[in-house]
Design a binder for this molecule. Sequence first.
Ligand code: 5AD
Ligand code: SF4
Length: 432
Amino acid sequence: MKRFYIKTYGCQMNFYDSEKIMALLAKNGYDIVPRPEDADIIAVNTCSVRKHAENRALSFLSSYKHLKKEGKILCLLGCTAGLYKDAIYKKYGFIDVVCNPNNYNKLPEVLPLSSQKKICLIEEDGSPFISEQIVPHKQVSSFITVTKGCENFCSYCVVPFTRGKLISKKPEDICREIKNLIEKGIREIILLGQNVNEYGKDTGDDFPSLLEKINNIDGLLRFGFLTSHPKDIADTLILAFQSLPKLYKHLHLPLQSGSDRILQLMNRRYSLAQYMKIIDTARKTAPNITITSDIITGFPSETKDDFNKTVQTIKNICFDDLFVFKYSARPLTKSSAMEDDVPEEEKRERHKTILDFQEEIALKRNQRFIGEVDNVFVIKPAHKKRGCFLGKSSTNKTVMFTSPHSRPGTLEKVTITSADRRYLFGDSSSGN
Ligand code: 5AD
Ligand code: SF4
């Protein structure tokens, strides 16, 4: 029972967790295989933030239940595992192992027992961080989780119930981890946390100071962080965009709604005016900064008027990019007790309205870079396009550029010559 396959759904943190799980199991003698058919143990790592991802993950796993008679083991890993606890076995009797993100470290020890009995690892107090990490050959970018959990209890959000309370990694451990990755060829790091700018609230450490320490690490060329909460944006954090040259000038700052009434029902703990002030300060401090956001459409009781406020706000701010989600009620959350009264069709319509006009805004925002020369972080050759490379601008935009001599993991001067809604296009030779 040594061949392991994992399929991942959801956010970057989930993908990062899966990498860590694979590294941990590989270290313990497991073979990580690319196809479920080739595995003895088939796992899904699920996200339960939105119902859609959860449904897809569970239906993926159930599509392999016919293989159980051949002795295959089916595992449900991730947030969903903790959310439904052992009730999951009642509904999905074919699942053999359930393990939440706090208990991945125990997997090597318990997986061998899974052919004899059902295993359920859902305790809150496990160890949330895995130290092993695989760095595939030629990879130059990596994620690092710096905080785990969240205690903000936004009324729609299941994360405080699935990922538990805030735990911050020590700055020295983070820096050590980054230095190890640099030895393996990594040159760009994205720091991850559910509410990353709350980093250190539990330990007395300070997020802007952590960023400064990371900026000073030799060999690192670029770094960024995800996801920030507007209520925890310190002025010193915004100044970091100006003072730390390796930090991407990019802020992902979920707005969720442009209506103060809805923001209050969401328990977001900021007003639209406070949010606008942050955007204003960020743009004054770092004029080129890119700002992206998350929006939920159809939160319980959202009227046309509330929605129009969101539309107007998005048009006023002109985000560089937006992630728009239709509200879905999640177990245990406060909003799940509210009537989910916006019809599905209306949620979809509002969702589409925003996505449609955002296309135009995103295009215009990208076009502002045309003519600029930027230090682009080179990631890899563009698929099937000779002489073309993919990289990231200093504002964390994807750049496709031509170059006679690019090397992944280096910075290269690129002149931006055109842009579409997703990419900046450029030419390296004219930038030198
Ligand atoms: N319904 C819809 N979207 C949600 N999000 C979180 N919970 C829900 C929910 N119940 C969105 C928020 C968050 C992003 C990661 O997912 O916009 O910022
Ligand atoms: Fe969920 Fe709010 Fe925490 Fe983000 S800050 S993870 S939306 S509870």
